[in-house]
Design a protein around this ligand. Structure first.
Ligand SMILES: [Zn+2]
Length: 382
């Protein structure tokens, strides 16, 4: 049976360092995966590991609750990794409860949502309830770095609704922006700065590109998505030049473009390539190349009239919470489950403003409400 409270389970999860292995001091998800597997084993709930990084010991954990209709499935999904702890001003792995909050790394992002999902499943099982649809609880690795956990989960996966735990303040999120990040590299020609006409100044040419990107950004802001606002573009890194008396032979920028639903990565990148081609016509010595993207993720856009969205909204309203469907500016595992054809909602306790923060916490009453929300959703989705 579910012998501990959801807050005790949350504290147990926070106590385990599960910083993503790709970050400084990251020990990975092995220990937390084992802890979650044992939790379900103790309840007598079917549970198994799904290998994600062969040999690295970073598995997804999947628990399964049979449903009355074996052909229909709900996916409850939460990531087990966290970001690093640099800059934190509280002990990251010593969960402390004060003022109705639990403090620690991962408290809101997203161990609170995970603990609430675990308790929803465990209590239903404990009460002998067989829900209308089969339920999978998937605790997946690597959301905070490269989404490898959810990508593995999605292989061959079918489902009729997915709830993805992220700190949304228990609002039901149906839309989020996508992202593409890539480098633009300008090659010039080095020369003595006393005779700059003998060289090609890569920084000067990059300045033209940055201004063109900024003008394009103004154009982007003219079109607004009702839940997400406009697409955006930010040049976040610039590197160029070796010393002040040398004409710089190279300059590199890193660009972060946030995508609206409907925007395709290939089309967006082709637009920027077109921009570079136009500049090359005006400035024949401008030699710029776009590198393959470092990261791409499509937007999430679950229709507001999709059955899971309607049910999530109704349950929240009945609980006295805000049932309005909304959008958020951060990406999550949801876009991958959505691309798999599973209508996906992002919802969980806590605020995204407290995620990745120096002081991370989650409000305990929201964690309790999340358990009730997940239970109601499982009981009523058919
Ligand atoms: Zn998260």
């Amino acid at each position: 049976m579910a012998s501990s409270t959801v807050i005790e389970t949350l504290a147990d999860l926070v106590r385990i360092n599960s910083v993503n292995s790709s970050y400084e001091g990251g020990t990975g998800e092995r220990e937390i995966a084992t802890s979650i597997r044992r939790y379900f084993e103790r309840q007598g709930i079917e549970v198994w590991e799904q290998d994600v990084f062969p040999g690295a010991g970073r598995p997804n954990i999947i628990a399964r609750l049979p449903g009355r209709d074996p052909t229909r499935r709900i996916i409850l999904e939460a990531h087990t990794d966290t970001v690093g702890v640099q800059g934190m001003t509280i002990p990251p792995f010593e969960p402390r409860i004060a003022e109705g909050k639990l403090f620690g790394r991962g408290a809101c992002d997203t161990k609170a949502g995970l603990a609430a999902m675990m308790h929803a499943v465990a209590t239903l099982h404990d009460e002998g309830i067989v829900p209308p649809c089969e339920v999978w609880l998937a605790a997946v690795v690597d959301e905070e770095f490269s989404y490898r956990g959810v990508v593995k989960l999605c292989e061959g996966l079918t489902g009729h609704a997915a709830l993805i735990a992220e700190p949304t303040g228990m609002r039901a999120v149906i839309a989020s922006k996508g992202v593409v990040r890539w480098r633009i590299r300008v090659r010039g020609k080095a020369a003595h700065s006393g005779k700059p006409h003998l060289g090609i100044n890569a920084i000067n040419h990059m300045a033209r590109i940055i201004l063109a990107i900024e003008e394009d950004h103004q154009r982007l802001s003219a079109r607004e998505h009702p839940l997400l606002g406009p697409a955006t573009c930010n040049v976040g890194v610039i590197l160029g030049g070796v010393q002040v008396n040398v004409v710089p032979a190279e300059c590199v920028i890193e660009v972060d473009r946030r995508l609206l639903p409907g925007e395709k990565t290939e089309t967006v990148l082709a637009d920027y390539q077109g921009m570079l081609d136009g500049l090359k016509v005006l400035h024949p010595t401008l030699d710029a190349v776009m590198e393959a993207p470092m990261l791409t993720d499509e937007a999430l856009a679950t229709p507001a009239d999709a059955a899971p969205a309607q049910l999530a909204s109704a349950v929240l309203n009945e609980m006295g919470l805000d049932g309005g469907l909304c959008g958020v500016p951060f990406s999550s595992d949801a876009s991958k489950l959505s691309r798999q054809g599973i209508p996906s909602i992002v919802i969980g306790p806590g605020s995204i403003d407290r995620a990745h923060a120096a002081v991370e916490y989650v409000e305990l009453d929201q964690v309790e409400k999340a358990v009730e929300f997940f239970r109601q959703f499982i009981l009523r989705f058919r």
